[in-house]
Design a protein around this ligand. Structure first.
Ligand SMILES: [Zn+2]
Ligand SMILES: [Zn+2]
Length: 234
């Protein structure tokens, strides 16, 4: 199984195929991953296995992901790519005229914004103050919205009696209408098929809400919530 490292020629051929597939995906042109795989395995990647081809594609996704770039969703980023191979993939992307977006460039895509922010923070010099954007450009996006049940929200918020159901703290402030401010959170997101019911929703303070979505320890935090709030059903 342990074959020698991939050559630049092999990586170039893989990157080229990858970028073609990515373009087709973006243009909604039908293609089969297996067609590309078979073609390469009988050509530039002669002697490699289907499994190693798949894995290399996932490595390319990983490199693109670290650049904050879009990758083929069917190839989940696999990060066990040696730094040498990652560099070769990067070189290959450049040779294939893949334009790596400028980190300093404003973006309407929240995920890219997060990734660019993270990279800039790593090497920031606080004495170089960014000038920012006086008139940020705008764009229109399509979003999917779900019909939410007001009775579920009302029940969850009333039942909480002004306390976060995770940390039990009082709501951080009152709204102009006199109600304590808490956020209704769905344990299984509606977008991932979760129901809009009181067995899947609870009232959280903004800190616990963000923690539940974003924190490093969100898995244990969320299983703690399930233990604490008995009405919730996994
Ligand atoms: Zn809380
Ligand atoms: Zn939420």
């Amino acid at each position: 199984m342990a074959k020698e490292n991939w050559t630049q020629v092999e990586l170039d051929a893989s990157v080229k195929a990858y970028l073609e597939m990515l373009t087709k995906e973006n243009e909604a042109v039908f293609y089969r991953k297996s067609d590309y795989r078979n073609q390469l395995l009988s050509g530039a990647l002669n002697g490699r296995t289907a499994g190693s081809f798949e894995y290399r594609m996932q490595n390319i996704s990983y490199v693109l992901d670290t650049l904050g770039e879009q990758y083929i969703t069917g190839y989940k980023p696999a990060k066990n790519v040696g730094s040498n191979t990652a560099d070769l993939i990067l070189e290959s992307l450049k040779r294939n005229k893949f334009i790596i977006s400028n980190d300093a460039e404003p973006t309407p895509d929240n995920e890219r914004l997060q990734q660019r922010t993270k990279r800039i923070r790593r090497s920031i010099n606080l004495n170089n103050k960014p000038t920012g954007q006086q008139n940020p450009l705008k764009t229109e996006t399509t979003i999917t919205a779900y019909f939410r049940d007001p009775a579920v929200r009302a029940w969850v918020l009333e039942n909480a009696r002004g306390k976060c159901e995770a940390c039990r703290s009082d709501a951080p402030f009152y709204l102009p209408d006199g109600y304590p401010f808490l956020e209704v959170h769905h344990m299984i997101p509606i977008a991932l098929g979760g129901p809009d019911t009181i067995e899947n929703a609870l009232a959280l303070c903004p800190n616990c809400h963000r923690r539940s979505h974003l924190s490093k320890d969100k898995d244990s935090f969320n299983s703690g919530i399930y233990k604490k709030v008995k009405r919730l059903i996994k």
